[in-house]
Design a protein around this ligand. Structure first.
Ligand code: FAD
Length: 502
C-alpha cells in the first residue's frame, strides 16, 4: 500500500482509537464508523495492489491506483465523489476495460468459473425474471442442478459426503456464489449460503452422530437449510433473543416463540434455530437443528402428533424473491434431545457456534455482492455502448465513462478483498477480513447497481430490464448478515480496538 495511505490510515486510527478508548464506541459512533470504513477501503486497495503485483498486469495496476486514491481521499476526510477523483484515470479504465475475474486465478478456479457460468446461464437465467416479478418459488430443477454439481457439499469433508478435499478452498466457494449471483441473487446466488452457515457450526461443535446424520444429507442437497436467528423485537442484538427452548421430562426440548426473516424456511427441511436456554444474555443461547417437511409457496402449517405446531408466513419483500423470507411461530414445538447442536457440551454456548457460522455467511455475502455488481456493470457497459443520446453513444461522453470506470474499480476491489479474506479463512483465520469484505462489497453493490440503473435512463426503472432487479436485490446485502452499522461499530471497530487485525 502507498506510503501516503499508510500514513493517513495510521493517523486516523490513532486519533479515533484514542477518542474511543476514552469514551467507548457508542459515544463516538460516527468517528468509529468512519474508521471502520477507512480500514475497509484501505484493505480493498491493499488487496488490489497485491493482486496487481502478483499478476504484473498493467490494467490491474491501474485499478489498484484508483482504489488507493479513493481510500486515501476517504481516510483524509476528503470527498470521494467523482469530481474529487482523477477523472482521466477513470475514463482510461473504462477505455481499457476487460474482464479480470480470472486474472491471477489457478487453472482449476478458471475451470470452475466457466462451468458455473455455463450452468447459471443455462439453468438459472431462464427463471430469473419470472421468479422476481411473480414472486415464484425457486424452481426445483435449479436446486437439483446445484445438488448434482456437488455445490451444497463444497465445504463438507469427503468423509461426510462432501467434496472438500484435504484443505479448504474458500475461493472456490466464492467463485460459485459470484457466478450464480451474477444471474440471480435469489434464484441461484444464495442457495448455498445457509447450508454453509450450518455446516460450519456442525464442523465446529456438532457431535459425531450429528455430523453423520446431517452433513451427508446437506451435501447431497437432499435436505435444504434455513437459519432462524432474528426475532420481531431483536435483530442486531443477538444476545437479547427470547425464543425459548425448554427441556421436557425425558430430555426432549420444546420450542416456543417467534422468529422473523427466516429465508427459505418453507422449502427447507432443516432449520438452524438459535434459542434461549437460560437467562444469561449471549451465554444463555443454544443452537438447535429442527427437522420439518418441505413446503412450497408462501404459507405453511406443520402440526406435530403431540399438538406442537410450526407456522410460516412469507413476508412480502421488494427484492430477493424466490426463496421467500418467513415469519415463523413455534407453538409448543417438540424436538428430540439430539437436536441440540454439540449436546450438553455446547448448551448455552450456541452464540459462539452461530457467530462462527456467520463468518462464512459474511464472506458468502461479499461474493453475492460481487456477482450482482458484476452483472450490473456488464449490462451498463453494453447498454451505454448501444444507446445513443445527442447523436452519439452514451459511452462516449466523459461523465458516463468516468462512472463506468469507477464501477470497474469497485467490482475489482470488492472481489480482491473477498479473495484475500478467503485465503485467510483457508488457514483458519480471516473472520475480521470477512467482515471487512462483507461491509465493503455490500455497499459497493448498492452503488454500482444504482449507477448501472442510472446509466440505463428510463429503461433502468422498468421491470423488464434486469438492472432494476439487481438494484432491489443488492439493497438487502447491507441489511442482513450483520446490518452495516452494527458490523462497522460492534464487529470491525471493536476488533480494531482489541488489535484483532493483520
Ligand atoms: C430479505 C431478508 C432476509 C433475511 N434472512 C434472514 C435469515 O435467513 N435468518 C435470520 O436470522 N435473519 C434474516 N434476516 C434478518 C436480518 O439479519 C436482520 O434484519 C438484521 O440483522 C437487522 O436486524 P433488525 O432487522 O432487527 O434491525 P435492528 O437491529 O432493529 O436495526 C435497525 C437499524 O438500527 C441500526 N442499529 C441497531 N443497533 C445499533 C447500534 N447499537 N448502533 C448503531 N446502529 C444500530 C441497524 O444497523 C439498522 O440500521 C433477513 C432480513 C431480510 C431483510
Amino acid at each position: 500500500m502507498g506510503r501516503a495511505l499508510d500514513r493517513a490510515l495510521a493517523g486516523l486510527q490513532e486519533r479515533i482509537t484514542d477518542e474511543i478508548a476514552a469514551t467507548g464506541v457508542d459515544e463516538r459512533q460516527v468517528a468509529a464508523n468512519h474508521l471502520a470504513w477507512a480500514v475497509a477501503r484501505a484493505e480493498a486497495a491493499r488487496a488490489c495492489q497485491e493482486w496487481s503485483k502478483a499478476t504484473g498486469d498493467p490494467f490491474a495496476a491501474r485499478l489498484a491506483e484508483a482504489a488507493e486514491e479513493e481510500a486515501l481521499a476517504f481516510a483524509q476526510g476528503r470527498s470521494t465523489e467523482l469530481g474529487a477523483l482523477d477523472a482521466g484515470r477513470l475514463v482510461e479504465i473504462h477505455a481499457g476495460h476487460r474482464a479480470t475475474e480470472d486474472l491471477g486465478a489457478s487453472g482449476e478456479h478458471r475451470l470452475l468459473r466457466s462451468t458455473l457460468r455455463a450452468f447459471a446461464e443455462k439453468e438459472v437465467r431462464p427463471h430469473a425474471r419470472a421468479v422476481h416479478r411473480q414472486d415464484l418459488d425457486v424452481p426445483e430443477e435449479v436446486i437439483r442442478g446445484v445438488a448434482e454439481l456437488g455445490l451444497f457439499g463444497l465445504s463438507i469433508p469427503v468423509e461426510y459426503g462432501g467434496t472438500q478435499g484435504a484443505a479448504p478452498d474458500f475461493r472456490a466457494m466464492l467463485i460459485v456464489t459470484e457466478e450464480l449471483s451474477r444471474v440471480s441473487l435469489a434464484v441461484g446466488g444464495s442457495l448455498i449460503t445457509r447450508p454453509e452457515i450450518l455446516v460450519r457450526a456442525l464442523l465446529r461443535g456438532g457431535t459425531e452422530e450429528q455430523r453423520r446424520a446431517w452433513l451427508p444429507a446437506i451435501a447431497s442437497g437432499e435436505k435444504l437449510v434455513a437459519v432462524a436467528v432474528t426475532e420481531p423485537d431483536q435483530g442486531s442484538d443477538v444476545a437479547a433473543l427470547t425464543c425459548r427452548a425448554s427441556r421436557r421430562p425425558g430430555g426432549d426440548w420444546e420450542i416456543a416463540g417467534t422468529k422473523l426473516w427466516c429465508t427459505f424456511a418453507g422449502r427447507s427441511e432443516l432449520l438452524m434455530v438459535l434459542c434461549r436456554t437460560s437467562d444469561a444474555g449471549h451465554r444463555g443461547l443454544s443452537v438447535f437443528v429442527v427437522e420439518k417437511p418441505a413446503f412450497p409457496g408462501h404459507h405453511f402449517v406443520h402440526r406435530q402428533p403431540g399438538g406442537g405446531r410450526l407456522t410460516g408466513r412469507a413476508i412480502p419483500t421488494i427484492g430477493y424473491r424466490g426463496m421467500h423470507t418467513f415469519e415463523l411461530a413455534f407453538d409448543h414445538y417438540r424436538v428430540p434431545a439430539s437436536a441440540l447442536v454439540g449436546g450438553e457440551e455446547w448448551l448455552d454456548r450456541g452464540f459462539y457456534l452461530q457467530m462462527e457460522g456467520f463468518a462464512v455467511g459474511r464472506i458468502q455475502t461479499a461474493a453475492r455482492g460481487v456477482g450482482v455488481m458484476q452483472a450490473a456493470l456488464d449490462d451498463a457497459l453494453a447498454y451505454t455502448r448501444d444507446r445513443r443520446a445527442f447523436g452519439q453513444p452514451v459511452a462516449t461522453f466523459e461523465l458516463p465513462r468516468a462512472m463506468l470506470g469507477a464501477m470497474v474499480v469497485r467490482v475489482a476491489a470488492a472481489r480482491q478483498l473477498s479473495y484475500a479474506a478467503a485465503r485467510l479463512l483457508d488457514e483458519g483465520d480471516g473472520q475480521f477480513e470477512s467482515s471487512l469484505a462483507k461491509l465493503y462489497a455490500s455497499r459497493a453493490a448498492e452503488v454500482v447497481t444504482r449507477d448501472a440503473m442510472q446509466l440505463h435512463g428510463g429503461m433502468g426503472y422498468g421491470e423488464e430490464t434486469d438492472v432494476s432487479r439487481y438494484f432491489l436485490d443488492a439493497r438487502v446485502l447491507s441489511i442482513f448478515e450483520g446490518a452495516e452499522e452494527v458490523l462497522a461499530l460492534r464487529v470491525i471497530t471493536r476488533s480494531l480496538l482489541q488489535g484483532v487485525t493483520r
